[in-house]
Design a protein. Structure first.
Length: 183
């Protein structure tokens, strides 16, 4: 089976293959006759992609086409333009609204502070930065929002005034390899 599953050499794919065998193929209620003789995984993926997501999560996505510069490996050759059609994205405001509507949103950290550390055997105290809400920029913005004047006509709003700390990154970020481990 692994000879016919070339991606099995990758860690995640290997784990997926192991899970497939243990939890599906070896399951007591598994019946290979449930698959038609002309089963096609690509066709099934297309069919699944057309299904409506009951959570509504994907309703907030927008579609756009973008053009990006793809650099050459030779600095004397200018970058090539690459059109990327049908890029799916979410507006940052919809991401923030969705996060604030989560059932655990009241557990989010909204109060910034300065963090200090005293070195052992020393009287020296140094400022430590461990999270976005420890940064001077976050603290300054928090103070600015707290001091901002509210719309005088809206006296019913009792919500806290907060700065949503947003840290963006890519799942594809690859810093280094250590044998088979990745950082």
């Amino acid at each position: 089976m692994t000879n016919n599953f070339p991606a099995a050499k990758k860690d995640a794919a290997t784990a997926g293959l192991t899970q497939l065998v243990r939890e599906v193929i070896k399951a007591e209620d598994f019946n290979p006759d449930d698959f038609s003789d002309n089963f096609n995984a690509q066709a099934e993926n297309r069919r699944l992609n057309r299904l409506k997501d009951p959570s509504g999560f994907f309703d907030n996505f927008k579609e756009a086409s973008v053009t990006i510069d793809v650099p050459s490996s030779d600095k004397t050759i200018p970058p090539q333009l690459l059109d990327v059609p049908s890029l799916m994205y979410r507006d940052i405001l919809s991401v923030i609204k969705t996060a604030f509507q989560e059932h655990l949103a009241d557990k989010f950290h909204f109060s910034p502070y300065k963090l200090y550390h005293q070195l052992p055997g020393s009287r020296k105290v140094v400022r430590a930065y461990s999270e976005l809400y420890n940064s001077d920029a976050f603290i300054e913005e928090h103070d600015r929002v707290q001091c901002a004047l509210l719309d005088s006509q809206d006296t019913s709003c009792k919500l806290k005034r907060v700065v949503p700390g947003i840290m963006t990154w890519s799942d594809g970020t690859h810093l280094a390899n250590f044998g088979t481990a990745k950082l």
